[in-house]
Unconditional design. Sequence first.
Length: 275
Amino acid sequence: MADNTNQKLSVETLAVHTYPIRVPVSPVALPIYPSTTYKLDSAEHGAKLCSLDPLKDTESSWLYSRWGNPTNESVAKSISSLEGGYGSLLFSSGMAAISTTILSFVKAGDHAIVTSFVYGGTEEVFAHVLPRFGVEVSWINSSDISAYASQIKKNTTLMFGETPNNPNLNVVDLEAFGKLGREHNILTVIDGTFASPYNQTPIKYGVDISIHSATKYLGGHADILAGTVTTRTKEQFQKVWEGLKLFGGSLSPFDAFLLNRGIKTLPIRFITIML
């Protein structure tokens, strides 16, 4: 039905006007929201979004798609339900997820421990990027928990592992890894790309953060670059979200839609792989 309320407006104004979707809408397929910006009710509404103040039930929670996007949020919730975490965030690549997470938690004077059995891009971040920002890095030539424990210092704030690792398939004892971190108040981060959440859920074993290059198993069709980060707590989620917002490694909603498609076939693909 035509909307005749704007007949006094120019054709140029009418052409660019976006008409609201009649609600409620309950699509079975995930909608793609390509909009970069969202309509605000008032300047006060925008101020509350910028300052992260509580909103009224009638106020939209969307401001700018680098901060958050409805399509991405839906897919992130799927990831979080698989991982068993507090919440998940989507990134434009696995390396965007890894580098943003690390840089969101370490600062000059901190010490990080990482196994040498990690993806090449991850190795470069720890070997070449962190030292430039005053972060000390210790390498262990093992995935054994005792090797991590032997390198802990008073200023150790992060331990990073990859299991099964790429490409040697070394395995980290997730429960012992998480326990060691909690005992020393050290953030524990696991890249579980090669296992996917179908086979492995690090957070359920006490690990703080689970990362995936969704370019691989989660995407599943070799047609997207994507990364995911799932945190154990709200505070950790907030820190990674702030890093995502400021470093800008946001996933396109179009790629989020394709990632959602890949997630739906994840169990079927793994069952087939294991036959």
